[in-house]
Design a protein around this ligand. Structure first.
Ligand SMILES: C[S@@+](CC[C@H](N)C(=O)[O-])C[C@H]1O[C@@H](n2cnc3c(N)ncnc32)[C@H](O)[C@@H]1O
Length: 235
């Protein structure tokens, strides 16, 4: 089984409980991080947005609430997650698309903004993932990424590690009846890149003005960068 098949199989299993578990694990804070993603995406009336690894569509739905006139494509390789998302209020307004984040099925420079939430931690090649997003966003458009960060080394670290290692697997067992999946989440969080390194990868992928904000005791980060505007041709 490839890494991707393993990831997709896991999200397929937890799809029906995914939204509820997110709310519980984040103490209801996850909606505010997604609002930050949307605020940073620079959405204008009527624009076209791509949300990669959309899952059950939380960021896409938040974008539609923020600016109802936009069109949002939600792309993911796990059909079960998108099936759950389609049933949610407003889910019918998202244009759902089965797609792999490393080979997006879209032409170059078609989207005004590209977002992702908790995707990059799961992919085999973060640099290629951002390069694909840079390819499909228009010059001057924002690429915004929400993901977990490894717990910072400070006084509160034991509390954060307890939440990751004990609380989240217990919730996963109780609510999703899938302890394995909710062991993967904390393990991949601890093994993931700190925001400064993720920001560096975004720059390496070709984004400019890369910056980030951390939340939840430094365990969550929202990052963004802009595809350089095309060079003006002087005559
Ligand atoms: C943790 S969920 C996040 C869902 C949603 N973005 C959110 O904010 O709640 C990660 C999603 O990314 C998708 N995913 C992971 N790797 C992917 C890849 N290589 N291509 C497309 N989707 C992928 C999974 O299927 C899953 O639905």
């Amino acid at each position: 089984m490839t890494h991707e098949q393993g990831v997709s199989g896991m999200f397929g299993r937890i799809a029906p409980r995914y939204v509820l578990l997110n709310r519980l694990m984040s103490f209801g804070m996850d909606a505010s991080w997604r609002r930050q993603v949307v605020r940073w995406a620079g959405l204008r009336p009527g624009c076209l947005v791509l949300d990669v690894g959309t899952g059950t569509g939380d960021i896409a739905l938040e974008a539609l609430r923020f600016e109802p006139s936009i069109k949002v494509i939600g792309a993911d390789f796990t059909a079960e997650m998108m099936r759950e998302g389609r049933k949610r209020p407003g889910g019918g307004r998202i244009l759902w698309c089965r797609a792999h984040a490393l080979t997006l099925p879209f032409p170059e420079a078609v989207f005004d903004a590209v977002t992702s939430g908790f995707l990059v931690r799961n992919v085999s090649d973060p640099l290629k993932t951002f390069q694909e997003q840079v390819r499909v966003v228009k010059p001057g458009g924002w690429v915004v990424c929400l993901d977990t960060s490894p717990p910072p080394r400070n006084l509160l670290r034991p509390l954060v590690v307890f939440h990751l290692k004990a609380v989240i697997p217990a919730l996963g067992t109780l609510v999703a009846r899938d302890r394995a999946a909710y062991r993967y989440l904390p393990a991949s969080t601890q093994a993931f890149l700190p925001p400064k390194r993720l920001a560096r990868i975004m720059s390496d992928a070709g984004l400019e003005e890369v910056s980030f904000r951390s939340f939840m005791l430094g365990t969550i980060a929202v990052l963004r960068g802009r595809r350089p505007p095309s060079l003006e041709v002087s005559h």
